[in-house]
Design a protein around this ligand. Sequence first.
Ligand code: FES
Length: 110
Amino acid sequence: MGAKNFTEIGLPAARRHLFLCVGPDCCSADDGQKSWEHLKASLKSCPVPMMRTKAACLRLCSEGPWLVVYPEGVWYAQVTPERFDRIRREHLEGGIPVKEWVRAVQPLGG
Ligand code: FES
């Protein structure tokens, strides 16, 4: 796979950027990969353009897979594929975070 430009990676259209930690310390590598594959497949049909990044560690190292949603800076714990579906529906498309799974809210920039 060759180099890409910003348009090809979806930057100009992106409304959010998601980071998902796939373990292996906060969750098993297998569970992390399952959540990642589900997230990727799910976002292909999402009407809201988003960027996504697979992270190897977000330094919490328990209760993963962790999902961080920017620009809001919402941190979700234990994001299984099933939980991601609800996060997608209510937060990513509906604009309202799923409070019961939010562990921190920290928008960057002060
Ligand atoms: S391995 Fe996921 S937070 Fe460290």
